[in-house]
Design a protein. Structure first.
Length: 131
């Protein structure tokens, strides 16, 4: 359970409802997920976070599936169960297959392993990698 509980649409003040309405319109859905309902206790954080996510996850140089898969990979590395579930669903909705998921998890695992080895061995950066 969220520490402060969840603010449901019918209990939200007009400022929070406006963000909820934008979330539903942007995502073409009739519901708001629990992440937004939990952070709605701080309307400024809710609005700022939604605006940032809407901008960053919106159209850009990376396609929507790639963005979801990157978000999923970071969520796995940060061990955020909620974000893993949310962005796995998002990636699947955008076309991620089981094979893609398995390969992504292999890359995440390998990156985390080699990152720890580099950190532990304190490996100096090759000149060719410096830009």
């Amino acid at each position: 359970m969220a520490i402060l509980g969840l603010i449901e649409y019918e209990d939200a003040n007009p400022e929070v409802r406006a963000v909820y309405d934008d979330i539903m319109a942007t995502r073409k859905t009739d519901w708001v997920n629990n992440f937004w309902k939990a952070i709605a206790h701080d309307p400024a954080t809710l609005k700022r976070t939604w605006e940032d996510i809407k901008q960053i996850m919106g159209p850009g140089a990376l396609d929507p599936l790639t963005k979801e898969m990157v978000y999923l990979a970071v969520s796995v590395s940060n061990q955020c169960g909620y974000c893993i579930a949310s962005h796995t669903a998002g990636a699947r909705n955008k076309g991620m297959t089981d094979a893609m998921f398995k390969e992504l998890m292999a890359v995440v695992g390998m990156a985390n392993e080699s990152n720890r080895l580099v950190a532990g061995y304190q490996v100096e950066i090759d000149e060719q990698f410096k830009v």
